[in-house]
Design a binder for this molecule. Structure first.
Ligand SMILES: NC(=O)c1ccc[n+]([C@@H]2O[C@H](COP(=O)([O-])OP(=O)(O)OC[C@H]3O[C@@H](n4cnc5c(N)ncnc54)[C@H](OP(=O)(O)O)[C@@H]3O)[C@@H](O)[C@H]2O)c1
Length: 175
C-alpha cells in the first residue's frame, strides 16, 4: 500500500546551519527582516499533524504564549521519559520508523516535523523525511544546535523550489 501523505520538515536555520544558539536563543532569527509571515500560514494549512522533540516542546511552552500554538492539529512530542498526555499533546516514545509508517498510511494532510535537530536526526537516519523546506537567515552564528547532526547518512535530494522573503531564502527539496 502506498503512503497517503508526506512528512515535511519546515524549519529556519542560520547561514551556517544552526537552528538555535547553544542556550536555545532564536533572537538572531527573529531580528531578521522577512516578508509577511515568510510562507508560514501557507505551509501550516497543508498539514494536520505536528511532530517535535521534547526540547522544542519545552522551548515553545517557555514562550509568552496565551494558548498552545498547534491546538488545531494532532500534535506528538517525542520523549524517552514517561509523560502524561495533555489536552493538546500526545507524548510518544515509539520506534520512529513504525510510528511514521503508520502516520503516513492514514488519510489526511501532510505531517510537519517542527524539529529540533535531535529528533530530526532519528528521522533522517531512517530516511523518513519526504520534503525539506529550509528557510535560511543571512546570519552566521558560529556555534549552536545544528540542523543536521553528524552521522552515517547521506540524503540525495532534488530542488523543488526557491523563494525569497526579503532577507530570507526558502529552499524546498524533495527526497
Ligand atoms: N530554528 C527553528 O526553526 C527551530 C525549530 C525547532 C526547534 N528549534 C530549536 O531547537 C532547539 C531544540 O532542539 P534539540 O535538537 O536540542 O532538541 P529536540 O530535537 O527538540 O528534542 C530532543 C529531545 O527529544 C526527545 N527525542 C529525540 N529523539 C527521540 C526519539 N527518537 N525517540 C524518543 N524521543 C526522542 C528526547 O527527549 P527526552 O530527553 O525527554 O527523552 C530528546 O532529548 C530549541 O532551542 C528550539 O527552539 C528551532
Amino acid at each position: 500500500m502506498n503512503k497517503k501523505r508526506n512528512l515535511v520538515l519546515f524549519i529556519a536555520t542560520s547561514l551556517d546551519g544552526y537552528i538555535a544558539t547553544k542556550d536555545e536563543s532564536l533572537e538572531w532569527l527573529f531580528k531578521v527582516e522577512g516578508e509577511g509571515d515568510n510562507g508560514f500560514t501557507e505551509f501550516y494549512e497543508t498539514v494536520d499533524t505536528v511532530l517535535m522533540g521534547e526540547k522544542t516542546f519545552d522551548w515553545v511552552m517557555k514562550q509568552d504564549i496565551k494558548e498552545f500554538p498547534y491546538k488545531d492539529k494532532e500534535c506528538y512530542v517525542f520523549t524517552r521519559s514517561s509523560v502524561e498526555d495533555t489536552e493538546f499533546v500526545k507524548f510518544v516514545n515509539d520506534d520512529v520508523t513504525n510510528f511514521i509508517y503508520k502516520l503516513k498510511h492514514k488519510e489526511g494532510k501532510n505531517i510537519w516535523i517542527v524539529g529540533g535537530g535531535e529528533l530530526l536526526h532519528s528521522f533522517v537516519q531512517e530516511d523518513l523525511v519526504d520534503e525539506f523546506i529550509i528557510t535560511t537567515a543571512p546570519t552566521v552564528i558560529g556555534k549552536g544546535i545544528p540542523l543536521f547532526k553528524e552521522g552515517e547518512y547521506q540524503l540525495d535530494l532534488s530542488l523543488k523550489g526557491v523563494r525569497k522573503f526579503n532577507q530570507f531564502v526558502e529552499l524546498h527539496y524533495k527526497r
